[in-house]
Design a protein around this ligand. Structure first.
Ligand code: FES
Length: 149
């Protein structure tokens, strides 16, 4: 049995929305302590809608596929709707991931949430509690990895 689904391989080989938005309205950066992989998400928001999203990922094939599908799943969605994206939806969208790779999918939700957190805090908008908690968690993880920029 193949390690990755065809959908994962497609997103890995043909990543969607890869890159950086220089004048992003929100930037989220997360990492994983075990593997040291890093992921950035950049969002442009207009009238409460994520009109553009890009990402940069230094990580495994699964992390790249996750970044790609997350960007597709939330592009054009309202920020409030994007906050509700779950890890389960990402896994379903990818046709699942092997169990040892499930943690890679968590980076996608966390990085998206961090980008939205950044957008909301810069605009002095109310921040949902789960984004606050995620932000505190991510700061500690990045401190452990030793990557503070
Ligand atoms: S092995 Fe680190 S994100 Fe996949």
């Amino acid at each position: 049995m193949a390690l990755y689904s065809e959908i994962v391989m497609d997103h890995f080989k043909n990543p969607r929305n890869q890159g950086k938005i220089e004048d992003a309205d929100g930037v989220g950066k997360v990492g994983n302590v075990q593997c040291g992989d890093l992921m950035w998400f950049y969002i442009k928001v207009r009238d409460g809608v994520i009109e553009d999203i890009k990402w940069e990922t230094y990580g495994c094939a699964a992390a790249i596929a996750v970044s790609s599908i997350v960007s597709e799943m939330v592009k054009g969605k309202e920020v409030e709707e994007a906050v509700e994206l779950t890890n389960q939806e990402i896994l379903e969208g990818l046709g699942n991931l092997p169990t040892p790779k499930i943690h890679c999918s968590l980076l996608g939700v966390d990085a998206l949430h961090e980008a939205i957190y950044d957008y909301l805090s810069k605009n002095k908008m109310e921040i949902p509690e789960k984004l606050e908690k995620n932000h505190e968690r991510q700061k500690k993880i990045l401190d452990k990895i030793g990557d503070k920029d």
